[in-house]
Each structure stands twice: as structure tokens, then as C-alpha cells.
Design a protein around this ligand. Structure first.
Ligand code: ADP
Ligand code: MG
Length: 620
């Protein structure tokens, strides 16, 4: 509990004790009404002074109709009518409800700030003379050498230059899968170092590092409001003045018509005001979204706003990129077929050199298969999305890419019919041979597709790879549809077509790693990026980021979203139904102040408890 909450709790206890003592005393001895009023005013002011102050301030500032106003008018009115104990009780319960609510909000904020634990406090910067000093991560230039001691967080993204260790990625992904790193490994900030001492060379500024981006995203997520949230805000805007007018009418009209009974009707009008307080909705709906985003982030799913959380519940088409999304994006060389007098070694080397500058998974894998090479031999690299690369290697033009690239450059080549992705290599227009590489599907891909299909979602794979590879993978995973040999622009067109044909309330998600598909991520209703493997562009363009690249998290995100929406609707229906019934009963004089307290505080507490269920997520 915060200091302020403790203070409120103290006030609640003191005034509750006083309140009960006064009631008891008035039962034992006859107290004249004016003395009773004075006595009740003591707990009344102890518990209600801040509400009264805020109500006055609200009126001064022209923001009249808020819950403080409702409570102040109702309780002061009740005091005037001689309903002293009711008046104090309303204030007391209102404050109990407020305390409870601020505790609940604090609790869900904490679940998000647990995630904020990934924020590094400092970085150990190694200077040129070998001394290490502790500095603010914000002040570390790119290319600096940082020392990460065992147990410390990696403060900035970089590349390991010495040392070996295992990193714990739990804070980022929700699963503690240790990752072994060694010199040459790229590591991202936010991971916790195991028991080895690491030195790394930073490749980014702190502000551009993974940690800073994630924190930014989570902090801004409450700005993007769900439709349900906006509805409630608007609703409260009209609702509160409306019930105030209603109460006024109730206090004046019936006595005028019936010719008397003023006190009864004013009392009913005050009850009406207490019942009508919209707190339950105003608080529990944003809290549900907040909790949903917090709960999801603990599973390694970052959702950039309540609007996306809301949308995910209506997913009817899930579109996937293949490489890096459904497959690992780590290609193993399975066959090297040189031609025209080239050797195997030379072919691989030419391919790897040509791929020196690309961040495509194919390039990375080819470079790794070849080992250390002098990258200075390669210049003027040009990446042709969906085709391959064209690079100057030792002064010759080398092409490495798919059959389409060879066709476009009018190169005579021998078709490779092996199963897998084929990289054809040509130098100065002459075919050097082909390298067959194979990717593996991710461990959970099949399960991810099955889970989506079980929820009635149409699953589609889009890929720039060949028909053969696409159909093989699609069959293996049980996808509904696939489309192969698509250029990045074709992927956008396909998604546009799907968007045009789907129903108005249906949501199309696209999951990709951002390499050649960032435009599609932007275009989809909900773009889902692979966070660990994916490019920065993807993380930026996407609405949802899966920190551990596990496609099975998509159906989990949908489940969280559905749960969130059902809680939101439950709360809206429950609160409005109870309030409507009680308002009617209050207007008819059946419900008194005590009922009103339940209709206000009771409903609010139930709604907030319901919303807090969002913090509990079963990870599976
Ligand atoms: P996907 O849709 O599977 O993610 P991409 O659109 O990234 O695939 O690429 C489509 C195809 O283009 C690849 O299967 C490959 O044949 C070729 N290609 C793209 N980039 C490269 C590269 N850097 N080197 C070799 N081939 C590439
Ligand atoms: Mg791709």
C-alpha cells in the first residue's frame, strides 16, 4: 500500500469506529437531534473532507458533474433531511470503494512495472586505458565496450567480443529459456547475464535498444484506447449530467403534481444520485484492458494498445509470412552443386561474400556456413527484395538469389530440383552453381495453426519462396491456404484483397519478421512481429510483438483478448442492469440509502474484482 492509501485506511477506520460508537450511544441514551448532528459531523468530515473539497474545486473549475459532486450533494442533502447516519455511511462506503479501487489499479500497475524491471540502472563502460566506470546507459556512444558481470542485466544491444555465458531471457519472453552466447553473438538488452563475464561492443544507443523500445511501447499502450473505453468515457460525459437532471426532476415534479410530500421526494432524489454514480464502469473498463496488456506482457506478448487487444478477439483470418515466422529462419546447407568448373568451396565462398551485407535469414545462414571471410572483398551490395542480392565481389558482379533473379538477368542455369530453398549463384553473367538450403519449421508452428483453426480462424501463408517449399511446409503445418513466389508488393496486394472480402467486424492479423514484409505488417488490422528475430522495422510497424518469436503465442493473445472482452461486457451489462433496477426502485421509494450504497460501492467492487481477473493468465 502507498502512503496515501494507508492514510485513507486510517481515516476509514477512525471514522467507522466513531460512527459505530455514535450509533450505539444513540441507542442507549436519548440524544437530541442537534447534538446527534454535531456528533455525526465529526466522522463525516474526517472521512469526507477531500470529497467535499474536490466537489467545490470541480464547481469552481466548471467541471461540475463528477462523482465527487454526486457524493457531496447526496450526503449534504441527506444531512439536511436529518438522515445523518445514512449520510456518513454513504461517504464511508464510497471511500472504502475508492481505496479498494486505487489498490487494484496499483496492483495491475505493478505487474507492468515488474516488466519494467528490465530497465538497466547503469552500464559498466570500459575506457581506452582499460578502466571500467559506471555510467548512465543514455550516455554510452555506439561502438563502446561494456562489461556485463554475472547476474547483471544487459543494458544495451550489442555483440559479444569476449567471454561466454548463458543469458536468461525470462523478463522479455516470460519463459526462462537460457541462451548460450559466445564471441560474435548478438545480444539484446533486457536479458540477465548468467555466470560468465561478458564484454560487448554496443551496436545501438540506449534509446534505440530493445529495452528502451519495449518500455516505450508499454508506457504508451494506454494512449491507444479501445472502442469500449472510449464508449465509457463518452457515456459518463452525458450520463452524469443526465442523472443529475433526473434527480432534480424527481425532487420537484412529483411534489408539485401531488401537492406536497417534498421531503420524501427530495430524499428519493438523493438516493437516486448515489445509485447513479458511474464509478464501476469508469474504473473497471480501463482496468480490464490495463490488466490484459499487463498479463499478456508477462507471457512475452507486447500489445501496443487497448484497441489491438480489443481487435484480436474478432480475428477471423490469420496470415503468416513463412521464413522466420513459421520456420526458424535458420537454414542449413544441405547440398552444394557447383557448375562451369567452379569448386564447392569457391561457390559457397562467393555466395557468402555476396550476402555480406544483408540481414535476410538466408544471408545469415550462408555466412555462418562459410565461416570467417574478409568482408572487405565485397562492395556495392544491392538487395533486391524477393529475389536476392547483387554484390561486387573482388571486382566482379556476383548474383545470389532465386530462379526469378536468374531469369531476370538472362542467365543460363541448371535447375535444382531438391527439396528446400535454392540459392543460385552467378558471376559476371556466368552461372557458378546452386546451393540448396533447408529451413526447419518452428517447434510450435503446427500447434499454433491447429489452435487457430480450432478457434475458427482461417490460416494463410504468404511466401516469396518457391511453390515446392511452400506446399511442403503448408502440408506439414496443416494450413488452410498458401500463396508462393510472392514479391513484397504481391504480399501487400494479397492482404488488400483479403481485407476487401472479409466481413466488417472481422479482423485480419498478419504475423511476420519484418524482413521484406514491414508494409504488410502496417496494412493488416493487427500486425504481429517476431520480436527476437525480427528487424527493428518490424517491431516499429507492428501492433503486437511476440518476444520469443513463438507463433503459438498468437492464439494465446487471442484468448487473452476474448477473456478481456468478456469481462468488459460482463461489467458493462452487470453495472448498467443493477443501476437501472435500483434507479427505478429508488425513484419509487422502495430502495433507500442503504440499497444505494450497494448499488454504487458494491457494484464497483464486484466490477473491479472481475476486472482484476485479467491479471491471471494461464501460460500455455
Ligand atoms: P519469405 O516470404 O519466405 O519470408 P522473402 O520474401 O524474404 O521470403 O524472400 C523470398 C525469396 O527471395 C527467398 O525464398 C529467396 O529465394 C529470395 N531471396 C530473398 N532475399 C534473398 C537473399 N538475401 N539471398 C538469397 N535469396 C534471397
Ligand atoms: Mg520474410
Amino acid at each position: 500500500m502507498t502512503k496515501k492509501q494507508k492514510k485513507t485506511l486510517k481515516r476509514i477506520i477512525i471514522s467507522a469506529v466513531l460512527y459505530l460508537a455514535i450509533i450505539l450511544a444513540s441507542k442507549l441514551v436519548a440524544i437530541p437531534w442537534y447534538l446527534e448532528l454535531v456528533l455525526f459531523l465529526v466522522p463525516y468530515f474526517i472521512i469526507g473532507h477531500d470529497v467535499l473539497r474536490k466537489a467545490v474545486l470541480g464547481i469552481v473549475h466548471g467541471e461540475v458533474f463528477d462523482e465527487n459532486f454526486l457524493m457531496a450533494v447526496a450526503t449534504v442533502g441527506a444531512l439536511c433531511l436529518g438522515e445523518f447516519s445514512e449520510s456518513v455511511a454513504v461517504m464511508l462506503f464510497y471511500q472504502i470503494g475508492e481505496l479498494f479501487q486505487s489498490y487494484a489499479v496499483g496492483k495491475s500497475r505493478k505487474s507492468i512495472s515488474d516488466l519494467m524491471d528490465i530497465r538497466p540502472d547503469s552500464a559498466n563502460l570500459e575506457t581506452a586505458d582499460g578502466t571500467v566506470s559506471t555510467v548512465d546507459p543514455d550516455d554510452v556512444p555506439i561502438g563502446s565496450v561494456l562489461v556485463v558481470r554475472p547476474g547483471e542485466k544487459v543494458p544495451i544491444d550489442g555483440e559479444v567480443i569476449s567471454g561466454e555465458s548463458t543469458l536468461n531471457t525470462a523478463a522479455l519472453t516470460g519463459e526462462s529459456k537460457p541462451r548460450f552466447v559466445h564471441p560474435g553473438s548478438e545480444i539484446i538488452s533486457g536479458c540477465v547475464n548468467g555466470d560468465g563475464l561478458l564484454k560487448l561492443r554496443t551496436t545501438k544507443l540506449y534509446g534505440e535498444s530493445t529495452v528502451a523500445k519495449i518500455l516505450d511501447m508499454v508506457e504508451n499502450s494506454s494512449l491507444k484506447k479501445a472502442r469500449a473505453e472510449n464508449f465509457i468515457t463518452k457515456f459518463a460525459h452525458y450520463y452524469t449530467p443526465a442523472v443529475c437532471i433526473g434527480a432534480l426532476v424527481l425532487a420537484i415534479l412529483p411534489p408539485l403534481v401531488l401537492g406536497g410530500g417534498w421531503l420524501t421526494w427530495i430524499s428519493r432524489a438523493l438516493t437516486f444520485l448515489v445509485i447513479s454514480c458511474p464509478c464501476a464502469l469508469v474504473i473497471s473498463i480501463p482496468l480490464s484492458f490495463f490488466g490484459g496488456i499487463g498479463g499478456a506482457s508477462r507471457c512475452g506478448i507486447l500489445i501496443k494498445g487497448g484497441n489491438y487487444l480489443e481487435a484480436l478477439a474478432n480475428t477471423s483470418i490469420a496470415v503468416f509470412d513463412k521464413t522466420g515466422t513459421l520456420t526458424k529462419g535458420v537454414f542449413a546447407v544441405s547440398q552444394v552443386s557447383p557448375a562451369n568448373g567452379c569448386t564447392e568451396k569457391e561457390l559457397l565462398e562467393q555466395a557468402a561474400l555476396a550476402e555480406s551485407f544483408s540481414s535476410h535469414p538466408i544471408s545469415k545462414s550462408l555466412r555462418e556456413a562459410c565461416g570467417e571471410l574478409d568482408a572487405r572483398r565485397a562492395t556495392d551490395a544491392q538487395e533486391i527484395a524477393g529475389h536476392g542480392v547483387r554484390t561486387m565481389v573482388d571486382g566482379h558482379v556476383v548474383l545470389a538469389g532465386n530462379a526469378r533473379m536468374m531469369d531476370d538477368s538472362k542467365i543460363t542455369y541448371t535447375k535444382n530440383t531438391g527439396t528446400g530453398t535454392v540459392v543460385y549463384v552467378a558471376r559476371d553473367g556466368q552461372f557458378l552453381g546452386s546451393v540448396l538450403i533447408a529451413d526447419e519449421v518452428k517447434e510450435h508452428s503446427k500447434q499454433a495453426i491447429a489452435a487457430l483453426k480450432a478457434q475458427g480462424v482461417r490460416t494463410i501463408m504468404l511466401t516469396g519462396d518457391s511453390e515446392a517449399v511452400a506446399s511442403e511446409i503448408s502440408g506439414q503445418l496443416g494450413l488452410d491456404e498458401y500463396h508462393a513466389q510472392l514479391l513484397p508488393a504481391d504480399k501487400v496486394n494479397r492482404v488488400e484483397e483479403l481485407l476487401a472480402t472479409k466481413g466488417k467486424n472481422d479482423i485480419l492479423t498478419f504475423a511476420g519478421d519484418g524482413i521484406n514484409d514491414a508494409p504488410v505488417l502496417m496494412r493488416a488490422d493487427v500486425g504481429i512481429a517476431m520480436g527476437a528475430m525480427g528487424s527493428d522495422a518490424a517491431i516499429e510497424a507492428a501492433d503486437v510483438v511476440l518476444m520469443d518469436d513463438d507463433p503459438a503465442k498468437i492464439s494465446l493473445a487471442m484468448k487473452i483478448s476474448r477473456k478481456c472482452m468478456s469481462i468488459v461486457y460482463q461489467n458493462i451489462v452487470f453495472a448498467l442492469a443493477v443501476k437501472t433496477i435500483f434507479l427505478l426502485l429508488g425513484a419509487l421509494g422502495i430502495a433507500n440509502m442503504w440499497w444505494a450504497v450497494f448499488a454504487d460501492v458494491g457494484v464497483m467492487i464486484l466490477a473491479v474484482l472481475n476486472a482484476m481477473r485479467m491479471l491471471i493468465v494461464e501460460k500455455n
